[in-house]
Design a protein around this ligand. Structure first.
Ligand SMILES: *Cc1c(COP(=O)(O)O)cnc(C)c1O
Length: 217
């Protein structure tokens, strides 16, 4: 598996200021190590049960990103070390991250996941809900969380125009929200199938798994 080559292939095309998250879910510790040895430091996982053992086994300068739906009862296991939670999809979860962050004397950076796809199954806030949440000064209510940006997943489709439009709408929303909170810096959008479109549309963080590590079973 040419993990190193795949990473360079992407990195060579990324504009300054766009971060690559290598999504290592279902992949072995050895595969992560291979990417690490190629200089990769940001890794994404979507399950707490998989993230914690990898965190324990691998070098401590890795920045671990939680990218999938997070259950409130699992936040406590990652609160001591997680670098960024991409997938805050309810105020309940925000409150729990705040609680666990404060227990650990941390301020945990997190992104609001915004629902932009046509599919019914994806988690996230609507534009309206996210805007309302940010209006209510979440920094005062939840001092243990730093809301640092937005995350979105486009519809899983061959229709590139559709995907581009979803990313563009999210970017425009992001720009508008920044007038409410100057702390919003990160726009996490783009995966193996659509990261090039996402970068063109202004993504600052792409989450790429199968393109780097190969297809998952
Ligand atoms: C799995 C996953 C990715 C990476 O998907 P690939 O298609 O393998 O690049 C990105 N973001 C989220 C939220 C994921 O769950």
């Amino acid at each position: 598996m040419p993990i190193k080559e795949n990473i360079s292939l992407i990195k060579n095309q990324l504009p300054e200021g766009v971060t690559l998250i290598a999504v290592s879910k279902t992949k072995s510790i050895e595969a992560v190590k291979e990417a690490y040895d190629a200089g990769q430091r940001d890794f994404g996982e979507n399950r707490v049960q998989e993230l914690v053992p990898k965190y324990e086994a691998l070098p401590k300068d890795i920045r671990w990103h939680l990218i999938g739906h997070l259950q409130t009862n699992k936040v406590k296991y990652i609160a001591p070390f997680v670098h960024l939670i991409h997938s805050v999809d309810s105020e309940n979860l925000l409150a729990e991250i705040d609680k666990q962050a404060r227990k650990n004397n941390r301020i945990i950076p997190a992104l609001l996941q915004i629902f932009i796809a046509q599919e019914e199954t994806k988690f996230g806030f609507s534009f309206e809900e996210a805007e309302k949440l940010l209006h209510d000064s979440p920094g005062k209510k939840y001092p243990g969380v730093k809301i640092s940006g937005l995350m979105g997943m486009a519809t899983n489709t061959e229709n590139k125009t559709r995907v581009q439009k979803e990313f563009r709408d999210l970017k425009e929303f992001f720009i508008r929200l920044r007038t409410l909170s100057s702390e919003l810096r990160i726009l996490s959008m783009g995966m193996s199938s659509d990261w090039e479109i996402a970068v063109k549309e202004g993504s600052t963080m792409i989450r790429v798994g199968s393109f780097i590590f190969g297809e998952r079973n």
